[in-house]
Write a protein that binds this ligand. Sequence first.
Ligand SMILES: Nc1nc2c(ncn2[C@@H]2O[C@H](COP(=O)(O)OP(=O)(O)OP(=O)(O)O)[C@@H](O)[C@H]2O)c(=O)[nH]1
Ligand SMILES: [Mg+2]
Length: 470
Amino acid sequence: MTTVPEIAILGHPNEGKSSVLSTLAEDDSVRVSAIPGETTECRTFPVVIDGREMLRFTDTPGFQNPSRVVAEMRMIAAEGRDPVKRFREKFKDVQELRDDVELLLPIERGAGIIYVVDGSRPVRNVDKAEMEILRLTGRPRMAIINCKEEESSQLENWKVEFRKNFNSNRVFNAHRATYAERILLLETLKSIDQDWQSTLDEVVRAFKADWAARNSATVDILLAMINDCLQYSVSGDLPDGGDATALETRLAASYRQTLADKEQKAHERIRALYKHHIFQYTLPPQSLLNEDLFSERTWHLLGLSQTQVAIASALGGAVVGAKLDLLTAGLSFGIFTGIGGAAGALGAIMGGRKLSTSAKNLLGMKIGGENVKIGPAANINLLLILINRGLLFYRHTINWAHGRRDYQTLLPEPATTSEVYTGKWPAGHLRICKAYFSAVTEQREQAIRESGEQLARILSETLKEISHHE
Ligand SMILES: Nc1nc2c(ncn2[C@@H]2O[C@H](COP(=O)(O)OP(=O)(O)OP(=O)(O)O)[C@@H](O)[C@H]2O)c(=O)[nH]1
Ligand SMILES: [Mg+2]
């Protein structure tokens, strides 16, 4: 039977131990505070994958009296085996050493050690004392440099001390560490104790598989939402002598709200997949995700670029036909000029123009005297916008480290169409988008399945790139 490896996170108060743990374990319920002494008791956080506990991290209080403890530990260690056990036994009732006795609890039961320091400050004597205590425990140990400030001139000094006392060290930022960096940290952990190698190999494999499964679930969520939004339509009856414009405006508002809700629900599901349960991370104030789905900025930035329109047209009008011509016309005339409010949204869905009745018929909005219908979507830009916003949301989600509780250093967002995800996609990808769009809006089941599979593959690749390159 393999036992679950336990890793205790130790260090000076307020250096970011709990934050590092929160990020490593992807658990945003870990208590973090700017006031030193937040953690007073050891608490263990299991990492469970597919119902199986793979690894456990234990949060500990910070060292209170490192100078005294190191002096005692030196003597105790000189006397023989199990120094931690004997130290804890000897001082268990000494109030002043309460935290120091407590933080060694997981070490006594055999945990490995991750020592956390804020590498943006100089090394002091108390730090050296802490490192010596950890060396005297004899347990496998690595050090983590968690720089709270950008300042890094002290790093070399820290590394000199680390080499004397630890089997390994790594820079790992509790606020910015990505999925890829978490995996690298686990790989390093593997090398500090031979007994852990096979178990941690398995843990790393499980982490990777779990990440791939989450990405694949993200693709499913996005595609289901997109399919749903593109097909969606709303209609209403116009009574004899009724106000057609008022009905159109009302239906447009309802259409727009329903799509926004569908999109938001999908994003919430993605957020939960990546285990952001408690803390509501914020998006940059200027984020396109805070923008209305049908805003002018959204449509200009996240839709097709002029070049892509040209490529798409060249790819063959047969696929999108009349709709693409209208889209091109809409772009060259300026999508939103002269169209405001709800009618603006309507215009965008319809292809960017105030439409004559015949054009409305062509694009899916029918005014037959008594029935007005909006949808299914008539403009491929809606597909691209939902994809781009989904990918942006994904990127913010996976890059918001669980240990982070503040609002600084937010990720930048694309400022031009060419920086947008689909803006970088090759023509072949665009062709698939077009095929999918037509299939969905024309409700051709077989074609939806085929092009949907292709689109899913493209989305998977993009998610993989995003999670490995940020
Ligand atoms: N800017 C920045 N702040 C950080 C980082 N890591 C932790 N902090 C902040 O530092 C403070 C202390 O973080 P904690 O994780 O609670 O530290 P701790 O070592 O567990 O503290 P105690 O439990 O009190 O010993 C909090 O305000 C954190 O938000 C980091 O990487 N960057
Ligand atoms: Mg803490």
